[in-house]
Ligand binder design. Sequence first.
Ligand code: AHR
Length: 498
Amino acid sequence: MDPDFRIGEVAPRLYGSFIEHIGRAVYGGIYEPEHPTADDLGFRGDVLELVRELRVPIVRYPGGNFVSGYDWEDGVGPKEERPRRLDLAWRTVETNRVGTDEFAAWARRAGADVMMAVNLGTRGVDAARNLVEYCNHPSGSRYSDLRRAHGVERPHGFKVWCLGNEMDGPWQIGQKTAEEYGRLASEAAKAMKWVDPSIELVACGSSNSSMPTFTEWERTVLEHTYDHVEYVSLHTYYRNPEDDLATFLARSLDMDEFIKAVISTCDFVRAKKRSKKTINLAFDEWNVWYHSLAADRELQPWSVAPPQGEDVYTFEDALVVGCMLITLLKHADRIKIACLAQLVNVIAPIMTQTGGPAWRQTIFWPFLHASAYGRGTALNLVVESPRYDNYEFGEVPLLETVATLNDEDGSLTLFAVNRDQELPLSLEGDLRSFVGYEVVEHLVLEHENPKATNTAEHPNSVAPHRGGDAAVLMSGELTALLPKLSWNVIRLSRPSTG
Ligand code: AHR
């Protein structure tokens, strides 16, 4: 490790998340006026506390697939006048009890900014520019005065806006070709920035890297939008349906390839345009998602807030999430926004029972650790690791790792996953460039059962402990034994100068 081997500054927005109008994410998740912990606006206090613990700086809203059929006007103004609408994306009934103004209030209480998405599925330039006016214009115009009439005096000032969602997907309401979307996104972007020039915009990349048009989509969309947007989006979800842990744990290598391909495509368009501008990446949906897919197919349509997407995460899922976090950090120079999808109940680190408790899922822990300690500058480690053979990924390193250096207090954090299912891995780190550094703590997330979960009855079955054995030797070598199948956070402090 060396402080000069810098990947880039870790954008605080790397630890963003996502709340969509789907399942019990909003109703029964963040919002439940009848809940014993509900505040004056009907938000669950227990959920807010857990969200604050995660220090999520930005939350994407209101979708997701949902946004492609959403009329934002339905969700503002007096609640009793708001319509019940069919949501075609998730085949539910949307009551509109929560809309833009309520979500902005919730986000403020959670200590987060809102990353707002506009509907480019069924709607277009007009609805998008009006929503920016409603949210960000101070007063003296139709939509800013409408907001004020709704009791919201000061503009929300949302900084980051998504130009639609997964517009290449056949499942999307109003799916588009890259040409159609590129033109529409470019025109919407211009109008939105004419309303508020300070906003930053995210163009939709491919829905995932297996889409047949992957990279061609990005190229075409960016050729249309390059001058008007700051980011292109990436989405990915991993699964382990065949119960093949060795392959599942290697999926972050796929994420790494995905990121590199999108960076190359952005830079190809930059070169082609002879532009001086760099487009950054917004990895605004990422997670493990598969446990709930079969149950979701059994749900009856047109109910309000059904239990959709309620993955109960295992310990092995937490390791994959850990590897994905490390992968994001390894690209901190270009990924300036990332959103763990999602935040509450639906494929989420936080789970609730409607009317009951809220608890931390297994994946809560690596996210919490990265968000708490993975700030500052990401460091490019020179890593040698034993490998295992995998039919899909070839040679997979047993050690997945990255480090971050906190520029304010000089503290250094090493994040490491041991993918070995049988044996601990002996870590030897060259710390000679960090003279006098000492281990503050070595957090470990491990479990003898890869399928272990946290539930309402047993919320702490999978939880980290501080019993790791990391130490710095006189020679300047960092040593630690990383238990088999484990997520590790080794925190070091610089020597005090007094
Ligand atoms: O996060 C759940 C869904 O996954 C989102 O609505 C969509 O964008 C993606 O396909």
